[in-house]
Design a protein around this ligand. Sequence first.
Ligand SMILES: NC(=O)c1ccc[n+]([C@@H]2O[C@H](COP(=O)([O-])OP(=O)(O)OC[C@H]3O[C@@H](n4cnc5c(N)ncnc54)[C@H](OP(=O)(O)O)[C@@H]3O)[C@@H](O)[C@H]2O)c1
Length: 345
Amino acid sequence: MTDSDWPIVGVAGARGVVGGVFCSILADAGLPAENLRAYGHLEGNTLEYRGSSVKVNFLTDDSARELDVLFLAVDGVQSKEIMAGPGARIPLVVDNSSAFRLADGVPLIVPEANAHAARNRTGNLIANPNCTTAAAVVALAPIRDLAGLASVDLASYQAVSGAGRKGLDAFEAERGTEHRDRAADSPFHGRIADSVVPQIDVLDEHGWTGEENKIHAELRKILELPSLDVAATTVRVAVHTGHSVALHIRTERDTTVADLERVLRNAPGLEYRPADGSERHPMPLDIEGRDPVLVGRLRAIPGRDRGFALWVSSDNLRKGAALNAIQSAAAADPERFGRLLPPLR
Ligand SMILES: NC(=O)c1ccc[n+]([C@@H]2O[C@H](COP(=O)([O-])OP(=O)(O)OC[C@H]3O[C@@H](n4cnc5c(N)ncnc54)[C@H](OP(=O)(O)O)[C@@H]3O)[C@@H](O)[C@H]2O)c1
């Protein structure tokens, strides 16, 4: 029996790190257990959901037929397989992997910047951006709207949970040990405990990492600025959850710190912290488990025309993944999926 007032919602990869956050947000929204379908790579596991035990199944063509929406929290290979098979039968799918982010005709959505692209989609698939991209976009979109954007240079400080279960396991295995080697099966380029690792994903032939190339292309697509000048250095840091980004931007038109502060204070999806230190600057510990992107340390760059610096911190598992995906489904079809969003934390 399902509750017909609620959509039937599937989460593929429900036992993964992002999948778990999907389930917790859906539970906060009140989605009944009978309306949740959990999928994994094996049959037979279960997960706890609102006091019930939900069975984790393998997603098949038959089981896909009843779904109203499917959230994919699996890797890109699995996402492609699912979209070539059962995913094609589902009215709306939101994919968290990088498999379709740059595909023509697939909207890549951060609702604060381009909700219209979710509403006007022509297919059944929406892509969710990289977690660092999502955080940066929430701060950059209102600046784009105020004064245009000529360039974005950024350095990221990315938490280990951004690398999923394997990342968390490696961090836990290394913590409290003193050797300098990385844990067996670590997804990181070097030991992450007590360290920072300046490579995320593989290097291309020019020395840029996959993560840096994703951010470059995804910022351009979401902000609808196809020739935006972007340079990113992405770094893994010994933080459990919460990505931070140092942004150095140039606007296209003249503006002031006061005007930027005014728009950032009023922009959706973010919480502004004054740069004078009168409140704590944005930090991962203050954003873990919360929904807004924290924005602070806004200042003009001396000697650089239209140059400004700012700092953001965001929960990579919520705004960087599950929350943004549910918000995108709600933006695509507010009537059907709007109620999947609980009050903001
Ligand atoms: N972590 C982040 O901050 C973050 C942010 C943005 C985007 N993403 C993206 O989100 C996706 C999930 O990331 P994660 O961090 O949650 O990874 P994870 O913790 O490693 O979880 C991956 C999940 O995929 C499941 N899976 C594997 N094959 C499957 C299949 N055939 N059908 C259904 N499920 C299958 C696994 O299921 P079992 O439990 O059954 O083994 C596992 O639960 C990835 O594409 C990642 O790039 C992650």
